[in-house]
Design a protein around this ligand. Structure first.
Ligand code: GLN
Length: 202
């Protein structure tokens, strides 16, 4: 068992650099992934926030869509943040018609769910399994999980306000998704949780 698993970051668009340093701080060997040969060598894959329609288009152009789908189906751990959550969802509401995700998680995700008025905001959310303080979660035109299948464990919900009770973090087996952007704060607990999931699978 390697102590520093190799974790890919889908590097087509979005917050790639921030995730590289967060993963390194959380004990992984981060590897930007832009082609299928780079995907082959990683033990897990992080799909960053950005714009899901753009990420899905670029993944198709770079011939990564099918290889990523296959790896996920074969059990590769994956973590999707924000647009990455949309990419991992089996069903997307309010997506563009040409959106092609990777799928794998039995969740219905609503894109841009928080609406215009609360487009971007932050909130403290307790996350199941993380010790200590709630996570200071940054939401940027974020999706939420509208409903989740029986095998999905809800890890965090918004409490209070118009989105009270909405699911913003979930896990299904080796797949993890958050509506928020943990790379934008100094808190590395979400990245550490994912690195631990990757280690478990090795
Ligand atoms: N609204 C974006 C989308 O639909 C996600 C925003 C983000 O990743 N910060 O893909």
């Amino acid at each position: 068992m390697s102590t520093r698993p190799s974790v890919g970051i889908l590097a087509l668009q979005g917050d790639v650099r921030e995730h590289v340093s967060a993963l390194a701080a959380a004990g992984a060997d981060p590897v930007p992934v832009r082609r299928a040969s780079e995907l082959d060598g990683v033990d897990g894959l992080l799909i960053p926030g950005g714009e899901s329609t753009t990420i899905s288009r670029l993944a198709r152009i770079f011939d990564l869509t099918d290889p990523i789908r296959k790896r996920i189906a074969a059990g590769m751990p994956a973590y999707g943040s924000c647009a990455g959550m949309i990419m991992l969802a089996n069903t997307v509401l309010d997506g563009r018609p040409d959106h092609e995700g990777f799928g794998g998680m039995d969740v219905v995700v609503r894109r841009n769910a928080f609406g215009r008025q609360v487009d971007s905001f932050s909130a403290d959310v307790p996350v199941v399994g993380l010790e200590g303080e709630p996570v200071h979660a940054v939401f940027i035109r974020a999706p939420w999980v509208e409903s989740a299948g029986a095998d999905v464990r809800v890890l965090a919900r918004i409490s209070g306000g118009p989105a009270d009770g909405r699911i913003v973090a979930a896990r299904q087996g080796a797949l993890l998704a958050t509506s928020f952007h943990p790379e934008l704060t100094g808190d590395r607990r979400i990245h550490a949780l994912f690195v631990e999931m990757v280690r478990e699978q090795q």
